[in-house]
Design a protein around this ligand. Sequence first.
Ligand SMILES: [Zn+2]
Length: 248
Amino acid sequence: MAPVGAREQDNHYKVGARRHEEQRTKALEDLQRDYVAASAKGPSASLLKTWERMRTRMLGSTVPVFPLTPDKMTKVAAAFKALGYRSYANYLAKAKETHISMYGTWGPELSLEARLTTRSMTRGIGPVTQRMPLDIEKIIALQKTDPLGPNPVVEDGPCGAHNLAVIGVFFMLREAEASMLLYGNVMIDTHGQMVTLKLPSSKTDPAAAAVDRSWGCVCATHQKEGCPYHTAINQKENLLRIQRPLEP
Ligand SMILES: [Zn+2]
């Protein structure tokens, strides 16, 4: 039988060892928690959620998302493609990171499948419609030969499409800003040949305090069809013609 003193000493070591173990675990947790910035945790989780949803679409919810296999990846990728997702690579990167953190490896068969599915994603999906460049010179040329006129080009479209394009380009307006612009927010200074737009100061809040932005007439160096001042005048005339003045 060991003397009491030795047993106490043994316990003492055990307590110490446990405390060290706890400290090591906490240190690791602290480190891992900050792998991802707090601000990125939301988006990061939502990437995985979307991946999970695609898994459910193609494989049902009972097939676990991880470990990833080439077959699972192919099917999930097919769902992304069918729904027209362009940023599949983003979702895949998150799934890969998660897979590696769980299983420690990313084999060549997964690498190959990742490459193939990513490549397929960008084919046959068509151009990014919202980011097509607007060739203002072509619109100006069109206006010279075959004026668009004040009426909407498409049903429920804006009136004076050409004016909208020119003003939009000169003042770098976003769609929401252009569509919120009222008759009274466009001020014409005929003496100084200037047009001034009252625009919301915040890009995300159309009701925010207004700031003034001005452009002068550029007809001296440009064509009249591409002049912000003259198109603004024309657009105000269009509006009066279409909607009639409010006062008799
Ligand atoms: Zn002008």
